[in-house]
Design a protein around this ligand. Structure first.
Ligand code: HEM
Length: 429
């Protein structure tokens, strides 16, 4: 288990020696196929080249209106003064957004809701199957096994139907469109198969929905427990967006504090908490000899809660990420999306989606914990976070303009201007 940021970078920046694999990914690969998340180094580059264009910064800007629209419709449906199922609503939001990015409008509302429920059951089932690798247990006819199998099979059926329907209709400029072009050999060195198209879509749904929903749910939960941070956020939103205007791409550089809340949420309550690699040859790490085939683990949660990198690590303090505040060491230690060539494909998309969704929702309503709420240590699964958060939705009162802590003068640089190779700059994304 690597516990120091520099050692973690050493592992992640040498994927030929520390390849995907180990207990988590070997098992996931068996269950989910040889997709981009679990595949070994040899086949990774082609998969990444194929999928990356849909998540480039230029494309991400085009998704901003879609995110804000979906976030608005989620919170407009909340009754004020009443408990609302926050995690479930965030799952709805992120499923609707990713399904439109991947498949345009190929899924109707009822099917999108079904996909959301299937993903919840599949992700839960995958975790138990990963940590308890005893296949016989999962053949038992018990409700949890039936639920997992039913959800997985329904997900496959829905994706197959979308692919078949698209083949009968016109080409679309979305991720499925790119994948179908690749089956015809357009713009790729070797055509891919229909099965690969299917696996890529399932993988992107599995990676892009729950992580993001848990990040947003954690943000609302943390803000409700930290009124100062919430007050600064509200002041910024009122100054940048006025009377609840829908945020657009031009607002992103001005939502400085909003972005800091997302970054600090990802530090404090990172949805991806434990990952594995496997050594492909005998090697040495931190003076220890590792044989070929050794499992190496790293944990963003552990790195983000090390007081030598982040003083008072349990404290939720978005101000840590204000422009100019984090040190070079803290930027290196901040790895919610990992690092190296297996770094999250959707990192920039995730930052933009979370910033805009948070701005849209917190610009309109305020979420409070239920009376008697007690913070519980989240139960780890493949991801970690508040899986069934319920909060009270209240109307927002506006903060007078003069009280705003951030102004347009403090705007952070745009992502494309601020990224430097190999470094993870969450605060500027
Ligand atoms: C807050 C949200 C997210 C978090 C915290 C997150 C975190 C991560 C992490 C830590 C990894 C690396 C895993 C490893 O080292 O083994 C990863 C990989 C990946 N993520 Fe994300 N992710 C998020 C959202 C998304 C979204 C929205 C998508 C896009 C649909 C996505 C797609 C992927 C893919 C495809 C990979 C595999 C990349 C590769 O191996 O080349 N993720 N993610």
């Amino acid at each position: 288990m690597v516990c120091h940021p520099e050692l973690t970078h050493e592992v992640l920046m040498d994927p030929h020696t520390f390849d995907k694999g180990g207990p988590l990914y070997d098992r996931l690969g068996k269950l989910m196929g040889d997709g981009i998340v679990t595949c070994r180094q040899q086949t990774h580059r082609d998969k990444r080249r194929l999928l990356q264009p849909g998540f480039r910064p230029s494309h991400v800007a085009a998704y901003t209106d879609l995110v804000a629209q979906e976030a608005e419709s989620v919170c407009d449906a909340w009754p004020t003064g009443r408990p609302v199922p926050v995690t479930e609503a965030m799952m709805t939001l992120t499923t609707r957004v990713i399904s439109r990015v991947l498949l345009s409008d190929s899924l109707d509302d009822a099917t999108t809701a079904e996909v959301r429920d299937c993903l919840t059951d599949v992700v839960r089932g995958l975790f138990v199957r990963t940590v308890v690798p005893i296949d016989a247990l999962f053949r038992l006819p018990v409700p949890a096994n039936r639920r997992y199998r039913r959800a997985l099979s329904r997900l496959h059926t829905i994706i197959d139907a979308v692919i078949a329907e698209r083949r009968r209709g016109a080409d679309r400029d979305d991720v499925l469109g790119t994948l179908l072009a690749a089956t015809r050999g357009d713009g790729v060195p070797a055509p891919i198969t229909d099965q690969e198209v299917h696996d890529h879509l399932i993988t992107l749904l599995l990676t892009g929905v729950e992580t993001q929903a848990l990040c947003l749910s954690s943000a609302f939960s943390l803000l409700a427990r930290h009124p100062e941070a919430e007050g600064r956020l509200h002041a910024e939103l009122d100054s940048v967006l006025g009377e609840g205007r829908r945020p657009g791409p031009e607002d992103l550089p001005h939502l400085v504090h909003t972005r800091c809340v997302v970054s600090e949420t990802l530090r404090h309550s990172s949805p991806g908490w434990l990952f594995t690699r496997v050594t492909t040859r005998e090697t040495e790490l931190a003076g220890c000899r590792l044989p070929a085939g050794a499992a190496v683990l790293y944990s963003p949660h552990l790195l983000h809660h090390d007081p030598s990198s982040f003083p008072d690590p349990e404290r939720f303090d978005p101000g840590r990420w204000l422009p100019g505040r984090p040190t070079a060491e803290q930027r290196r230690a901040m790895m919610p999306f990992s690092a190296g060539n297996r770094k999250c494909l959707g990192d920039e998309f995730a930052m933009v989606e979370a910033t805009l969704a948070l701005a849209t929702i917190a610009g309109r309503v305020r979420l409070r914990h239920l009376p008697g709420y007690v913070e519980r240590t989240p139960r780890p699964g493949i991801t970690m976070g508040p899986r069934s958060l319920v909060m009270i939705c209240e109307p927002r009162s506006r903060v007078p303009a003069a009280a705003s802590p951030t102004s347009r003068a403090t705007a952070a640089p745009r992502t494309s201007e601020s990224r430097t190779a190999g470094e993870h700059v969450v605060d500027n994304a």
